[in-house]
Design a protein around this ligand. Structure first.
Ligand SMILES: *Cc1c(COP(=O)(O)O)cnc(C)c1O
Length: 355
């Protein structure tokens, strides 16, 4: 039985990437060594990092005002590393709390300076995005989660602000052409749309650094990582290599425009199917629906367990909603083929007919 991997993260990667990564474990670039055995300061690996940085900038259309870093600690570490590097008692972090991840960004930033939650959508269980943000004049930065992985909302147009703009793009990075240059910091854990777990992409506009009064430990200091060319200490070599393979794959497919075309085709098919079947409903405001993670429910909640059991028996992996949200969540990252979403929609239709 073919498996369809709808996991929310770590999640599906392109087959070509898996094949190439497997080959590199035995013999990396004809060195006779495994990618797991090469030194991180060898030319071989420095070339990997450099190429990955170049592709990131090319895909994002960013110039040398920005630096690309591959760090550790996940997107979760960025919840504290961003404020540690950018926020002090004289500043203010304006943060959108539109779900599980934005909420964590609020809590961590509060350890480093004043925080104002400029959008809290808990009143409607985070099923929409509030775009009317009152951002205080003295705000240092505005932090948004561009795609709310757990709740299934996504910013399709970013808020305008006089403050710096910080984006947690963990779950929609490289899924569409977008205004990357509106941001001063972009970060994303690799395991959703970019590569193997263990590395976090951080893209920073250099000029924003060094403006606060705080001693920052070197390992948490963006400036030190920039000066070290993202090789301050031993980086997660294999995760960065798999990210490079995925970045190459994205370019070979036609870049972000091609990704978006495919992602829209998949998500339109799924949302249209949900909306057409009375057995299912999606509570997310239509204009805010995510093209990466679709969150929806069975109209009759007693049918949820049988539907999930059917999904399991048909090889549909990872479609159970997040534990605090419930329902169904279907993640359709870049590597997910259209045919998998089609197979899932066919299953929904046949389930709806029989129940
Ligand atoms: C998965 C996710 C995170 C957490 O990432 P880790 O790498 O596990 O720390 C943070 N933000 C968003 C939007 C996510 O989807």
């Amino acid at each position: 039985m073919p498996l369809h991997n709808f996991n929310s993260g770590p999640s599906i990667l392109p087959q070509e990437v898996l094949t190439q990564a497997a080959a590199a474990i035995h013999n990396f670039n004809n060195t006779g060594l495994s990618i797991l055995e090469i030194g991180h300061r060898t030319t071989h690996f420095v070339e990997v990092v450099t190429e990955a940085q170049q592709i990131v900038k090319r895909l994002m259309g960013l110039d040398d005002a920005y630096e690309v870093l591959f760090l550790q600690g996940g997107a979760t570490m960025q919840f504290m590393q961003v404020p540690m590097n950018l926020l002090d008692e004289n500043g203010l972090a304006a943060i959108c709390d539109n779900g599980v991840w934005g909420n964590k960004a609020v809590k961590e930033a509060s350890l480093f300076g004043p925080v104002k939650v400029v959008s809290d959508t808990a009143d409607k269980k985070h099923t929409y995005l509030n775009k009317q943000l009152a951002i205080p004049e003295n705000a240092t930065y505005l932090h948004i989660t561009t795609n709310n992985t757990v709740e299934g909302t996504q910013w399709h147009q970013y808020p305008q602000t006089h403050a710096l703009l910080i984006g947690d793009m963990s779950s929609d990075i490289f899924s569409r052409p977008t205004a990357f240059n509106q941001f001063d910091v972009i970060y994303a854990g690799a395991q959703k749309n970019m590569g193997a777990a263990g590395v976090t992409l951080v893209v920073i506009k250099k000029e924003i650094l060094g403006k606060i009064n705080r001693q920052i430990p070197a390992i948490l200091n963006y400036q030190k990582h920039i000066e070290a060319g993202s090789l301050l200490n031993t980086p997660p070599v294999f995760s960065i290599y798999v990210s490079l393979l995925t970045l190459r794959w994205i370019e070979a497919q036609g870049g972000l425009a091609a990704m978006e075309k495919q992602n829209l085709a998949k998500s339109n098919l799924l949302y249209n199917t949900i909306d057409a079947l009375p057995a299912f409903y999606c509570p997310i405001a239509k204009e805010d629906r995510s093209i990466m993670n679709a969150v929806f429910f069975l109209t009759d909640p007693t049918l949820e367990a049988p539907f999930l059991a059917l999904c399991k028996s048909e090889g549909m992996i990872g479609v159970k909603g997040y534990r605090t949200v419930g329902g169904i969540r279907v993640s359709m990252y870049n590597a997910m083929p259209y045919s998998s979403v089609e197979a899932f929609c066919d299953l929904m239709k046949s389930f709806a007919e029989k129940n």
